[in-house]
Write a protein that binds this ligand. Structure first.
Ligand code: NAI
Ligand code: MG
Length: 353
């Protein structure tokens, strides 16, 4: 039977890079008789919103639920408030499908130059809490248009929420023979929510005697990411801290054009969703020059999640070979090739592996 994949290309460069990811998966299917995959595309995004007044149909989540996984492009369009694209599409999927683990590998692929003087390998995994934390819609605005105007935005940190992301990270560390988990905190200043975060992480760490727990304040940790990125193995962070840290991490390993992610529902009760960490990039949308590698690598993470680690590894190898040859690269990596040319080069490489 074939894997059933829901494809949500979205806005801006989302459709361009997603097309290339599907191209690579189709190429794999041609080559490997044991691998079958089928796609169904959903047009939900800003155009859909402008036409229909909502960004997905009211039974949208029910429709997606039937799939084995979701491949998501990006959303964001100047004509539609980000509140709509984020809170009415991405967040409902992440939250309702209990995709509480956002996995974001920070790994410098072969062929990517490091912007750092220190040319050590960079290869670690960030697990960002993806279902609660700072990205809550609890709060409000008071005294609008008055001099004492204020806004309150609440952070939600629950014991269960921290426990499950911490356990996931430690289990990952154990399975992959990692010796250390680093926790991003700020409990010196954020004394309620981040203290609970610390306590729960420490309690979980006790069950993993051989794995060291390093706890760093987020501000210092941001600096350590730049100063000693080679020292990290597994990092766990709250929703906001993880979001910022992973864009920083991405900058250390070639940028947003080559940084993938997975929104994982570990229990497998709901589909997981895979997407490049970048947005719709309005500044380069429509030019055909977006780097598709982040999205192709996200598709590789999806295959790994579906149990085809062999094919996932093959895709990453093909990406690395294209990068190392350095002939077919988009402008963000110093080349002058198009999105489609890079996608095709990777699909071609797969045939030679
Ligand atoms: P962005 O990630 O879209 O772009 C930031 C910078 O990185 C831009 O200069 C862009 O050209 C460059 N860039 C991004 N992806 C690239 C690629 N594949 N190849 C080459 N260069 C690439 O972030 P920005 O500009 O802050 O947000 C634009 C829109 O995207 C907003 O509406 C935002 O809300 C939305 N967004 C959506 C996300 C999602 O769908 N998950 C995630 C982040 C932002
Ligand atoms: Mg982000």
């Amino acid at each position: 039977t074939a894997y059933q994949i829901a494809v949500l290309p979205g806005d801006g460069i989302g459709p361009d890079v997603t097309k290339e990811a599907v191209k690579v998966l189709e190429a794999l299917k041609q080559q490997d008789a044991t691998f079958n995959i089928e796609f169904r595309e959903f047009e939900w995004g800003s155009e859909y919103y402008l036409k229909h007044g909502h960004i997905m149909p009211s039974n949208g989540l029910e429709q997606l639920r039937e799939f084995d996984a979701i491949l998501f492009g990006a959303v964001g369009d100047k004509r539609v408030p980000d509140e709509v694209t984020i809170w009415e599409l991405i967040m409902p999927i992440r939250k309702n499908f209990q995709q509480y683990v956002n996995m974001r590998p920070i790994r410098r692929l072969a062929g990517i130059e490091s912007p750092l003087k220190n040319d050590q390998p960079i290869d670690f995994m960030v697990f960002r809490e993806n279902a609660e934390g700072e990205y809550s819609n609890i709060g409000g605005r008071l005294y609008q248009q008055q001099s004492q105007e204020m806004a309150i935005q609440n952070t939600v940190i629950t014991k269960q929420g921290v426990e499950r992301i911490a356990k996931y990270a430690f289990e990952y560390a154990k399975k992959n023979n990692k010796s250390k988990v680093t926790s991003a905190t700020k409990s010196n200043a954020i004394i309620h929510s981040m203290k609970l975060w610390d306590e729960v992480v420490e309690a979980v760490a006790k069950d993993y005697g051989d794995i060291e727990l390093e706890s760093n304040f987020i501000d210092a940790l941001a600096a350590y990411f730049v100063m000693r990125p080679e020292s990290f193995e597994v990092v766990i962070a709250s929703n906001l801290f993880g979001d910022i840290l992973t864009d920083l991490g991405a900058a250390l390993v070639g940028g947003l054009g080559v940084s993938p992610s997975g929104n994982i529902n570990p229990e497998g009760e709901f589909p997981s969703m895979f997407e490049a960490i970048h947005g719709s990039a309005p500044d380069i949308a429509g030019k055909g020059i977006a780097n598709p590698i982040a999205q192709i690598w996200s598709a590789a993470l999806m295959l790994d999640h579906l149990g085809r680690t062999d094919l996932s590894t093959a895709i990453v190898e093909a990406i690395e070979q294209v990068l190392q040859e350095g002939k077919v690269l988009t402008p963000d990596l110093g080349g002058n090739s198009t999105t489609q040319q890079v996608g095709s080069a990777i699909a071609e490489k797969l045939k030679q592996l």
